[in-house]
Write a protein that binds this ligand. Structure first.
Ligand code: ADP
Ligand code: MG
Length: 760
């Protein structure tokens, strides 16, 4: 029996999924695999684990496991469920790559999909679980797709053993044909339960014109209008990246300052606006309401152009109806909005995945009395988190995504249009608690040109890490794997080739025709080295470095370098746009200090040749020496959250290495000394072994045929010149040969994470 507080009980009863508890549990009892579809906010993630728990699916011998594609969701959902059930986090726990609070008592375990994949490697049958829930399956993250493929085989195996495992796939959209109508995946079609969304209608307003580039400015103007003119209710803005989010937050805070002690109006305000809205609704003609473009969130039917189109915008009719609230607002172009207005406090909060968890948690709490909540978010708010009280959504229609070249693996971040499905998800965030409005900052014609759905991640990125994991599971013929959507053959081939080059797979016998060779390559078995590499929770290139580091006591250094290379954004961004002169000066000072420190961290002699990797090693070493405090990080241009992640990953990798070489006796030393000259030289060889195909040679003066090759490097794979990134310590050095961690395309092709190598 679960002992829930009265407030939680009340909130739960409002969730549509509660009415379906019996239907869901019957389906689960009678079928090994069940798919549950329901709009974001309907209660899938928080309630289904509780249904299972109350039905006795969790016990001391069996856990309920839930996977999430995003770390944010794994952590915050475990906390929410623990709270709802009034249980400690010793029982309702989470595990993400860097950390967790799982105990012997854990009965409900939230984890990222990558964590479960690792567990399958240790125990293919997942014997400690009674149920696996794959959440957010619509996101089609690479690991989620693979897990579904693997579980489609594990479930029947467990059945045969007489220890049945239940698989539940949960999705925010109804588009689950890739799972249901794929008989290689599931020979018996699993039942699909649709949870009534009880979604309030969301009125969609398209812009007449689509802004060419300044969608941030357009967002600003739209939020100002909503805040000035429309009744109370939270605003959720979708932008593409952290920098944009911050700059919009600053602009909005300046325009509508909120002081902590400002309680003007208080609760009365709310009453007024409810009254206002009621009057407004009454005044509105029914006929007009019916013709407003609506999206049906249950089947994603596309709004016909003429319905959502500018010609039939509500504004003219609204005026005729005598209403003083123009819900359509029109395209933003007014200038007066920049004026600061403290009589209308707006409580502005940012939300993105790199934000510190305690700051992320703020969006779930009620805004201070007398203020309106405005959350400025990246894509994380699209489906994984439900923010309470949102009535207005402002959607810029864009998303920032990493794109990879299929052959070279060169990646670039690009801002592109979202899919229609994403746009509808975003709009749906507005209708959770009452009818809402979604302002799309693009025209309906542009919307019609969006792709219907975004492509599954597995078809879009290199898959060497995935293939190594699969080979470690003895899946040799990867092409025969029941992928929900298979990756392109050339991506598979590139991955196998790299793994062979790293020595992780056994070389195929060289035989006749190219086609046969390719087929042979796609079914190479794993090598003993590959098995060791697969136990490390990092990409194959980095795993190879670890596997080579036994000699000369290099392991602690390699572990640190690899941890630093796999954690995103170690250093603070100094190039970000500043809002005030004060901030500009502050950033300038910070940058100067950072550049000084960078030189110190880069060391001397052979260490210096390790370039950016030495800077990472030096920075982590210095930070740990200082106790890894927030203060030290802020003073020296390091990102505190990244440093904490590195610390945890170092711990984890140290444990992983110790379990492979039982005599290594490694521990994480907070007072790690810099490497000796011999070690630094050896580290460069280790790095070269892992990044062997990432070598670049500087173009010599006599080879300079074209100005565009000035200071450029030539790589084996690319025709075009590549350059050392300006943030690199080797930017001015220009060594003859370098290895790089990755090439990123912005205005040019830039190498990041650069070390110098010497020709043999
Ligand atoms: P789904 O998985 O179907 O998207 P959830 O189970 O995540 O739905 O959310 C159900 C409801 O629980 C949401 O409407 C939200 O208001 C509430 N909720 C979820 N997390 C929190 C939280 N951390 N604090 C307060 N309410 C929350
Ligand atoms: Mg959910």
């Amino acid at each position: 029996p679960v002992d829930r507080s009265p407030e939680i009980q009340e909130a739960r009863l409002k969730l549509p999924i509660l009415a379906e508890e019996q239907v869901i549990m019957e389906a689960i009892n009678e079928n090994p695999i069940v798919i549950i579809c329901g709009e974001t906010g309907s209660g899938k993630t928080t309630q289904v684990p509780q249904f299972l728990y109350e039905a006795g699916y969790a016990s001391s011998s069996g856990t309920i496991g839930i996977t999430e594609p995003r770390r944010v969701a794994a952590v915050s959902m475990s906390q929410r469920v623990a709270k709802e059930m009034n249980l400690s986090h010793r029982v309702v726990s989470y595990q993400i790559r860097y950390e967790g609070n799982v105990t012997d008592e854990t009965q409900i375990k939230f984890m990222t999909d990558g964590v479960l994949l690792k567990e399958i490697q240790k125990d293919f049958l997942l014997s400690k679980y009674k149920v696996i829930i794959i959440d957010e399956a619509h996101e089609r993250s690479m690991y989620t797709d693979i897990l579904i493929g693997l579980l489609s085989r594990i479930v029947p195996l467990r059945q045969k053993k007489g220890l049945p495992l239940k698989l539940i796939i949960m999705s925010a959209t109804l588009r689950v044909e890739d799972f249901t109508d794929n008989n290689r995946l599931f020979s018996v079609k699993p039942p699909v339960i649709q949870v009534d969304a009880r979604q309030f209608p969301v009125t969609v307003h398209f812009n007449k014109k689509t802004p060419l580039d300044d969608y941030s400015g357009e967002c600003f103007r739209k939020v100002c209008k909503i805040h000035r003119m429309l009744p109370s209710g939270g605003i959720l803005v979708f932008l593409t990246g952290q920098a944009e989010v911050h700059s919009l937050c600053r602009r909005l805070r300046k325009a509508f300052p909120y002081q902590k002690n400002n309680t003007a109006g208080g609760e009365d305000d709310k009453e007024d606006s409810v009254e206002e809205m009621r009057k407004f609704k009454k005044s509105r003609k029914r006929r007009k309401v019916m013709t407003l473009p609506k999206i049906d969130l249950n089947n994603y039917s596309v709004v016909p152009v003429d319905e959502g189109d500018e010609d039939r915008d509500a504004d003219t009719d609204d005026d005729a109806a005598g209403s003083d609230i123009d819900l359509d607002l029109g395209d933003g172009d007014s200038e007066e909005d920049e004026k600061s207005d403290s009589s209308l406090p707006l409580y502005v909060l940012p939300l993105y995945s790199l934000l510190a968890p305690e700051k992320q948690a703020k969006v779930f709490r009620a805004p201070p009395p007398g203020t309106r909540l405005c959350v400025v978010a990246t894509n994380v708010a699209e489906t994984s988190l439900t923010i309470p009280g949102i009535k207005y959504v402002v959607d810029c229609g864009k998303v920032k995504k990493r794109f990879y070249d299929k052959i070279t693996g060169v990646s670039s971040f690009r801002v592109t249009w979202i899919s229609q499905a994403s746009a509808n998800q975003r709009a749906g965030r507005a209708g959770r608690t009452e009818p809402g409005h979604c302002y799309r900052l693009y025209s309906s014609a542009v919307f019609m040109d969006f792709e219907k759905f975004s492509a599954p991640e597995i078809t879009k990125r290199p898959v060497e890490d995935l293939i190594l994991q699969m080979k470690a599971l003895n899946i040799e013929k990867v092409v025969n794997f029941p992928f929900p959507t298979p990756p392109p053959t050339e991506t598979l081939a590139a991955a196998e080739e790299l793994l062979i080059a790293l020595g992780a797979l056994k070389e195929p016998p060289v035989t006749g025709r190219l086609k046969q060779q390719l087929a042979a390559k796609l079914s190479c078995p794993i090598s003993p080295l590959g098995r060791i590499m697969a136990t490390f929770p990092v990409a194959p290139r980095y795993a190879k470095m670890l596997a080579l580091s036994r000699q000369h006591d290099c392991l602690p250094y390699t572990i640190t370098i690899v941890s630093a290379m796999t954690v995103r954004e170690l250093f603070e961004e100094f190039d970000r746009p500043a809002v005030s002169e004060e901030e500009t000066a502050q950033l300038k000072g910070k940058r100067a200090r950072f550049l000084q420190m960078q030189k110190i961290w880069a060391g001397q002699g052979p260490m210096q040749k390790l370039g950016d990797l030495m800077v990472m090693l030096g920075a982590v070493g210095a930070c740990e020496f200082a106790g890894c405090t927030r203060k030290f990080c802020e003073e020296n241009g390091l990102r505190y959250k990244a440093m904490l992640e590195i610390r945890r990953l170092r711990g984890q990798l140290t444990t992983a290495v110790n379990s492979v070489c039982t005599d290594a006796g490694l521990y994480v030393d907070p007072k790690m000394k810099p490497p000796t000259e011999a070690q630094a030289t050896y580290l460069r060889q280790i790095v070269l072994a892992g990044l062997g195909d990432h070598v670049a040679r500087r173009i010599q003066a006599e080879e300079l045929l074209d100005e565009k090759w000035k200071n450029a490097y030539k790589t084996a794979l690319l025709e075009d010149p590549v350059f050392i990134h300006p943030s690199s310590v080797l930017f001015k050095e220009l060594p003859e040969f370098v290895v790089y961690q990755e090439i990123v395309e912005t205005t040019k092709l830039y190498m990041k994470g650069v070390s110098a190598v010497e020709p043999e």
